[in-house]
Design a protein around this ligand. Structure first.
Ligand code: GDP
Length: 366
């Protein structure tokens, strides 16, 4: 029936007939919800073809803490392993504002121009607190994020640093199997995360800035010792001389360190990520390092050491997880903590009691 307001009396107003059965769910969403669940072999097939959507979905499984997801993820990783390893892995660290994202954008575009395929991953231990990592964020790498040969993935956010790092380590395997021959792992230069990144890359790059006063202040000795190359960013405009001065200070400081196990003397270069100056030289340095260490055998030695390290890390993680999820332990833990606080038992006795409880529980279940 025509609407009464469509009567001639109601000028300037036309009411149309409604439509029946307005969809309550966005049809696009229903389609998405019905998305097919891939089997591990389908994931592997897609990854080996270099399909980015499949790769992203597999990485999501790797990052998931759900048991079912982990089961699939581990199978996919295992099947991808024979196709992994053929890449150059570069760790990039620097304090916030040092120019990590600007530099990764510049380095990445350069690598892609050279015909490489690049994956940018990140480890951000603070991301759990802040609910989302700013590292490896696409919006920070404007040019690179438009490149089809670049895969950018922010830091996994769930769990401890060890857990986050392990997931990134596993993601490297998937990216390599998908044909990415250059991997960047970004981290913030403020603490433990460098050690984690160092244990999964071939070359560790430290981004520094020229500042006022003593350039070396505030840089942890350990981080400098890990670096295979130190690059002083923002060597542009009025800052060029200051950057060169800082580079000299770093070179002098490095002389005081013993020669690294690799036999490679870490180099110090100045550059400008923003104006893309000195990028070629940085890559020449990395290429030289890779050739040098492959020639000496150190490249493979380090990768083997890293594999061993990750095996133990994984065991430690699993042990810790199992311990803290054992119901008998969970039931008693708070009580033991209180007894320690009340000085009724010592920390060590409490720890021993908890371990006995845990181990007793395990042997019962075997
Ligand atoms: P991040 O926090 O380490 O990722 O640092 P960003 O890449 O976000 O850079 C921090 C600020 O420094 C931004 O405002 C950049 O535009 C600026 N910046 C980065 N690289 C350079 C450079 O080479 N020269 C100059 N002058 N500024 C730069």
């Amino acid at each position: 029936m025509e609407h009464p307001e469509n009567d001639e009396l109601y000028r300037g107003l036309k009411v149309n007939k409604g439509i029946s059965g307005v969809p309550t769910v966005n049809p696009y969403l229903t389609k998405r919800l019905q998305r097919k669940e891939y089997s591990p072999s389908e994931f592997v097939e897609g990854i080996l073809k270099g399909d980015i959507t499949t790769l992203s979905q597999a990485v999501t499984l790797v990052e998931s803490s759900k048991y079912e997801h982990q089961q699939i993820a581990q199978e996919v990783i295992e099947k991808c392993l024979p196709h992994a390893g053929r890449s150059v892995r570069v760790g990039i660290t620097g304090v916030p504002g040092a120019g990590k994202s600007t530099s990764i954008d510049a380095f990445g575009i350069y690598m892609i121009e050279q015909g490489h395929r690049l994956a940018v991953l990140a480890i951000d231990p603070s991301s759990e607190r802040s609910k989302g990592s700013i590292l490896g964020d696409k919006t920070r790498m404007e040019e690179l994020s438009r490149e089809k040969n670049a895969f950018i993935r922010p830091s996994p956010s769930a769990g401890s640093l060890g857990g986050v790092a392990r997931r990134t380590r596993e993601t490297i395997v998937l990216c390599e199997a998908a044909g990415f021959d250059t991997i960047f792992v970004e981290t913030v230069g403020v603490g433990q995360s460098e050690t984690a990144v160092h244990s999964m890359v071939d070359f560790f790059l430290l981004i520094q800035l020229a500042g006022t006063g003593d350039e070396l202040q505030g840089i942890k000795r350990g981080i400098m010792e890990m670096a295979d190359g130190i690059i002083i960013n923002k060597a542009d405009g009025d800052n060029v001389d200051k950057a060169k001065l800082a580079a000299n200070q770093f070179r002098n400081a490095l002389h005081l360190f013993p020669l690294p196990e690799s036999g490679w003397t870490p180099q110090v270069l100045t550059y400008s990520g923003y104006y893309k100056l000195g990028v070629v030289e940085i890559w020449k340095m990395i290429d030289e390092y890779i050739a040098f260490t492959k020639n000496s055998g150190y490249f493979d030695l380090k990768r083997n050491d890293q594999s061993k390290y990750w095996m133990y890390e994984s065991i430690n993680d699993t042990l810790r997880d199992t311990f803290y999820h054992t119901p008998a332990v969970v039931d008693r833990l708070k009580e033991a903590e209180q007894q320690v606080l009340n000085n009724e038992i010592s920390s060590f006795v409490a720890a021993k009691q908890m371990m006995d409880l845990f181990l007793g529980n395990i042997s019962k279940n075997v």
